[in-house]
Write a protein that binds this ligand. Sequence first.
Ligand code: GLN
Length: 193
Amino acid sequence: MRVGVLSLQGAFREHLGVLGSLGVDACKVTRPKHLDGIDSIILPGGESSAMVRIAATTGLFPALGERIGAGLPVFGTCAGLILLADRLTDESLDGFDRLGGLDVTVARNAYGRQRDSFSAPVQVTGLDSEFDATFIRAPRIVDLGARVEVLASFAELPVLVRQGNIWGGSFHPELGADTRIHEEFLHSLGAAV
Ligand code: GLN
């Protein structure tokens, strides 16, 4: 199993570090040709408006969106969730290619500004104790379709969701030493980690 990590901007190194610590073969994805040979992909947090601008010159997002539509498993965290959301509440990314595929509506920056960043324990389906989730200018999932399963909530709102092989989270699961959410995603794909 080879896992790609979208590496245009943001916290891609941290995801690569987690995958490396789990002994998973991981590679950076910045261009369409890097999609060849990957079996799943992680979209990191960072700044979605920067990511869509960087990707606009390469055709990466149309190619990746097609792979996701054809079943490529994907886990989008924070800005990555924004890329995957079928709907955004604001127009700031209109006119740029995103990915879509996850039947949710997302409000960007709805958990506050950088200085409002916080961590909170959340109960995640499948984990036997709470996960310390870090929220940084995090997107809020304000609506979800019937096919979307909620794996974790915070303050009665979903913060980790799954629609088949498409996973999305508001927080940063790659910060800190707790690798259990990555493991859950990889286990769901049949990886032995
Ligand atoms: N606010 C950022 C955005 O809109 C996401 C923040 C994050 O990924 N930590 O892209």
